[in-house]
Design a protein around this ligand. Structure first.
Ligand SMILES: [Zn+2]
Length: 337
């Protein structure tokens, strides 16, 4: 009987469940996705069980053919308790994941991991070259900023599974700009999608810079402004938008330079919605690391790459995680949960 593995990816907008043969060939992965249900604390676990049951039915599988479930979720997590807590986008103080799914699928081993830590495993399995894969980071620049790091061939997890929360490094401690996490002046306050939108609205309120081109892009409706329009207006030389993107990039240089200082990465892969504007973000970073890296990183600069799997890298990572766990791959050797 053919053996299968399951991956789940839980985000603020989408829940994805995927199934694949243990060999984990990209072309064999089948994904089902739905908008994340937020009716109560148990909506998400129910949704995952429903989608998984659909896949099992479609593939005409028996439960014993499934060797394990890799469950990747936006954090913060307590991987020992199997819960997500204090996540602003998922809507509840505590969301139990492990226990309710275990109740429905008691015989299937299940492991929980932070979504960006999963994503770096996805990069490790599906796209990194052999000469770089032991020292890579994955950085998502999206609604927020998150990261996952493999250093010396080991995934870095931390005590609760929340290592590499790089988006919350505080780059402007005296900032009046509050982050979702409760702190002020975090990196993602300036360089994430939400951050870019909020800083743009602040600057408009301040009223010092011209933003005619941005205004035209949203038909004079300020509520329509998202990071996408700000990047677009910056390409058209809109004065205010250029200022906002300039700061986004300056802080990205500091953030990414720091990640390289801490982990001495061979390559850093990027994902997340802001990569739609990758030439405006990655090109200046590359230029900086080529011409004058020392201003931002003391270590030899990393190669910067964009993950080709875009929004699917999390679910691929969840599958890679369960495969590595089952095969006792050294990269997850310290994942004790
Ligand atoms: Zn923060």
């Amino acid at each position: 009987m053919e053996k299968y593995i399951v991956g789940c990816d839980i985000g603020g907008t989408w829940v994805r469940v995927a199934i694949c043969k243990l060999s984990l060939r990209n072309e064999d992965i089948i994904v089902k996705k739905e908008r994340t249900l937020k009716e109560d604390e148990n909506s998400i676990s129910k949704q995952i069980c429903k989608l998984l049951n659909l896949l099992i039915k479609e593939k005409d599988l028996k439960e014993e053919q499934i060797l394990g479930i890799g469950l990747a979720s936006a954090g913060p997590l307590d991987i020992n308790k199997g819960i997500v807590f204090n996540n602003a986008n998922l809507g509840f103080k505590e969301i139990p994941l492990k226990e309710p799914i275990k109740k429905i699928f008691p015989e299937i081993p299940l492991y929980l991991i932070n979504d960006c830590n999963a994503a770096v495993l996805g990069v490790h399995f599906f796209e990194a070259d052999n000469d770089e894969k032991d020292n890579i980071a994955y950085i998502t620049m999206s609604t927020g900023i998150g990261g996952g790091v493999i250093c010396n061939g080991n995934l870095i997890l931390g005590k609760d599974g929340n290592a590499s929360e790089i988006g919350h490094m505080i780059l402007e401690p005296n900032s009046i700009n509050k982050c979702n996490c409760g702190a002020y002046g975090c990196w993602e306050v300036f360089s994430s999608g939400t951050g870019i939108r909020n800083r743009t609205l602040d600057a408009i309120k301040e009223g010092k810079l011209n933003f005619e081109k941005l205004l035209r892009l949203v038909d004079n409706n300020l509520s329509q402004i998202t990071a996408k329009e700000v990047f677009e207006a910056a390409r058209q030389n809109d004065e205010l938008s250029l200022k906002i993107i300039e700061k986004c990039i300056l802080f990205a240089k500091i953030g990414i330079g720091s990640v390289n200082n801490f982990y001495d990465c061979k390559s850093i892969y990027f994902g997340g919605a802001l990569m739609e504007n990758s030439e405006q973000i990655i090109n200046p970073l590359q230029e900086q690391f080529k011409s004058d890296p020392i201003k931002f990183t003391i270590n030899r600069p990393p190669i910067l790459k964009i993950s080709k799997f875009k929004s699917e890298i999390g679910i691929k990572g969840a599958l890679a995680y369960i495969k590595y766990k089952l095969e006792k791959n050294g990269v997850v050797a310290f994942c004790t949960e």
